[in-house]
Write a new protein. Structure first.
Length: 229
């Protein structure tokens, strides 16, 4: 009887030991997961770029125009603490502080951080003319194997699914701070039609046609509520 008890205890210890070993290997391997996935061709950044740059909207895009409409809303003065050339995305709830770039070659922008889709609006254009299409920002979900853990957490949209309704999104754009509130989100092939000022998206999987979308409305510029401008 005692031998059986010792065997059971021994088996239990072995099971716990194996579980701890597997868990430790998982924790060690996690930071290198993108590299491992890329090596195994499970996550290729080039394929992810291709998926991100396939047209995300199935509605007609109106030509952009930087001139404000007659008697339209006026932008507040620039903030001294925001550089006039600064273009940065901030999403505090998921730890994103990422440069925004509008290069027509999306791969160039996506390697640095966030890509603003050039054929859609800029933050100032959308505010000055609400009839224009939304601002659309895209970023890698998995990124490149040479990105550090810190860089991946700061500029990738890996945690975009965790962005919830009511969360705030800031865009520092040419001397002004545009603040948006997330109002909706889904997984789909295309941006859904709706009254949105900002759309964020990334790939669900590197080779999947599905994208993760978050939709937001502009609520303030330089901390001034939009309805007061």
């Amino acid at each position: 009887m005692r031998n059986k008890l010792f065997k059971k205890i021994g088996s239990l210890y072995i099971t716990i030991g194996l579980f701890l070993i597997v868990g430790a290997i998982g924790l060690i391997a996690y930071p290198q997961a993108p590299f491992i996935m890329s090596f195994l061709s499970i996550n290729s950044p080039e394929i992810e770029v291709s998926s991100l740059t396939v047209e995300a909207a199935d509605f007609e895009i109106t030509p952009t125009n930087t001139e404000p409409p007659p008697r339209g809303p006026q932008l507040p003065p620039v903030l001294p603490q925001v550089q006039t050339k600064q273009k940065t995305l901030e999403i505090p709830s998921i730890g994103i502080i990422s440069p925004i770039d509008s290069n027509t070659n999306a791969e160039v922008s996506l390697k640095q951080g966030t890509w603003i889709v050039p054929s859609f609006s800029k933050p100032d254009e959308k505010f000055l003319n609400p009839s224009k299409p939304p601002v659309i920002l895209a970023a890698h979900r998995f990124g490149y194997s040479d990105w550090s853990i810190e860089k991946r957490g700061r500029i990738s949209f890996y945690n975009l699914p965790s962005l919830e309704k009511g969360d705030k999104v800031n865009i520092l754009w040419e001397g002004r701070k545009y603040t948006y509130k997330v109002t909706d989100g889904d997984e789909n092939k295309f941006i859904k039609k709706g009254n949105f000022d900002l759309v964020l998206y990334t790939c669900k999987l590197y080779n999947s046609p599905l994208r993760i979308f978050r939709y937001a409305k502009l609520i303030s510029i330089n901390e001034i509520r939009v309805e007061l401008l």
